[in-house]
Design a protein around this ligand. Structure first.
Ligand SMILES: [Fe+2]
Length: 126
């Protein structure tokens, strides 16, 4: 029997190293990558882009696809986008406002490979 660390369906997966050169194929295909400004105005709208498969394309077919992408500021839930196979790509944009400074983090769920977490993106509020 696999330990939780060996079982991709136990807990949340994330590569040890943020450098894509150090990631294995599964990590490259599944780790969500956040693109957002380094600094924003407190309470003002800005865009956060989340892409799954940035370092290596993830399949997008009926038997294997990304089911949803969620965004958090620290432990505060910001939003969730549900996806379908073939018709939507796991490359989404959230429009958000922040009143408090917390690292932004994204989660995605693959129907075959479990839940994956991005590295944290720090956004400074002015
Ligand atoms: Fe997958």
């Amino acid at each position: 029997m696999k330990s939780c660390e060996e079982d991709i369906f136990c807990g949340v997966n994330r590569p040890e190293n943020e450098d894509p050169e150090e990631m294995d194929v599964l990590e490259k295909k599944h780790t969500p990558v956040i693109k957002a400004p380094d600094t924003v105005e407190k309470g003002e709208q800005f865009e956060v882009e989340v892409e799954v498969g940035k370092y290596k394309d993830h399949p997008n077919e009926h038997g294997h696809f990304i089911q949803f992408i969620e965004l958090y500021a620290g432990k505060t839930f910001l939003g969730r986008i549900d996806l379908t196979s073939e018709k939507t790509e796991p490359n989404v944009k959230f429009t958000v406002k922040l009143d408090h400074e917390h690292p932004i983090v994204a989660y995605e769920h693959c129907n075959l490979h479990g839940t994956w977490k991005s590295f944290e993106k720090n956004i400074k509020l002015e």
